[in-house]
Design a protein around this ligand. Structure first.
Ligand code: NAP
Length: 345
């Protein structure tokens, strides 16, 4: 394991923010993660765990040992008549796992095509899109407990999955490093297409039948139309969460703003944050090096050489404006990386 000092993290975060790591290493295996924890402890340094860097905003240098989780490999570990259990390293790019599953004739991940980030980060926030969440195919994950440096296995019931939530984001935040994730995928197609524009896109693409491959194509097409490619323009996907409000509050909003969209979620209503931000006039606005994306106003962008602090300032202005206009508080989805996120090993 090679430890580098004072390296730029620009290529390790999709916003392309140029902040430094005091110490940095890439862990390619579970035992290297364990060694890295011991090393940080012996140096008296804190730890920061980095996956794909697609959901973080750096505002300052990281004075810690940054461990980039780079554990690769996808294995078929168990098979029965209906399903196959795939196990992937936490450093595998999420969409590569989706592609592998489709090439293996498996169904379950097609709606989750092209979600940025790595396999290890996926269960953390129970990634979901177009009516499917990872929870629906999740079997187990292996993780190293930082305090004991022991590997532990967690099944679905242990993970407290919710809407973009899991126990690893809440009660056990900073306690475990996920090394492998195992998903049970179906050998028979299980299409979920009654959501958003999937059916319309299948038709547009040439009246395609809803096979897993074609659903994946439709999802990729929708996402590419709307979302900026971080290789071309720095961004971390949705900057804000979609807010939920009580049903009565939604009715009051609808009386005032008849076009407002809303989707029932438990006893509340989920409102697309993109609609609020667009209606408030922020879509496509540019402020020097940073701005709001021209097609998807939920995405803030770095046009090049933007600073994390500029993005924070812009996000605060948007939050204040949305609160003034609609009485809704937008919460950040992107993780702001501050010393509170550095872990004591
Ligand atoms: P979108 O499709 O424009 O939808 C915006 C919001 O409206 C989302 O909260 C979505 O719920 C909801 N919605 C839309 N159609 C719905 C329907 N038929 N039934 C119930 N709820 C509906 O969202 P987007 O921002 O472009 O994102 C596309 C998809 O990627 C969404 O499913 C979104 O959740 C997902 N996404 C996931 C992550 C993540 O896993 N961290 C990050 C960004 C986006 P849902 O959120 O329940 O879909």
């Amino acid at each position: 394991m090679k430890i580098q000092e004072n390296i730029s993290l620009r290529r390790y975060n999709t916003f392309g923010i140029d902040k430094k790591a005091r110490l940095f290493l890439e862990a390619n295996r579970s035992d290297e993660v364990i060694q890295a924890i011991s090393h940080a402890r012996s140096l008296g340094k804190k730890l920061f765990v980095l996956g794909g860097g697609s959901n973080i905003l750096l505002v300052q240098d990281i004075d810690a040992l940054v461990i980039k989780i780079n554990i690769q490999g996808i294995e078929k570990i168990e098979e029965d008549a209906d399903s196959l259990l795939l196990k992937a390293g936490a450093g595998v790019v999420w969409h590569d796992l989706v592609t592998f599953s489709l090439a293996s004739g498996l169904s379950g991940l097609e709606n989750l095509s092209l979600i940025p980030g790595t396999v290890g980060a996926a269960p953390m926030q129970n990634i979901g899109a177009y009516g499917v969440e990872i929870e629906s195919v999740f079997d187990h994950l292996d993780a190293i407990e930082i305090a004991s440096r022991q590997t532990k296995r967690f099944y679905k019931a242990d993970c407290a999955f919710g809407y973009r939530e899991s126990i690893f984001k809440n009660r056990w935040k900073g306690k475990y490093i996920i090394t492998h994730v195992a998903l049970r995928l179906s050998k028979k197609p299980r299409p979920t297409i009654d959501y958003g524009d999937i059916q319309g896109t299948l038709q547009e693409l040439g009246n395609l039948s809803p096979t897993p491959e074609n659903i994946s194509k439709a999802v990729i097409s929708i996402r590419q139309r709307k979302l900026p490619d971080p290789a071309k323009i720095g961004n971390a996907g949705s900057f804000f969460k979609n807010p939920t409000v009580p049903v009565a509050a939604f009715e009051r909003l609808r009386n005032k703003f008849p076009g407002i969209p809303g989707y029932p979620l438990d006893k509340s209503v989920k409102i697309p944050a993109a609609w609020l931000i667009e209606q408030a006039g922020w879509k496509g606005k540019r402020f020097g090096n940073i701005g709001v994306h021209e097609h998807q106003p939920l995405v803030l962008v770095n046009h090049g050489n933007g600073e994390g602090s500029d993005l924070i300032d812009l996000s605060k202005k948007i939050q204040a404006d949305i609160y003034d206009k609609y009485g809704i508080t937008l919460e950040r989805e992107v993780n702001l990386i501050s010393p509170q996120q550095w872990i004591n090993p």
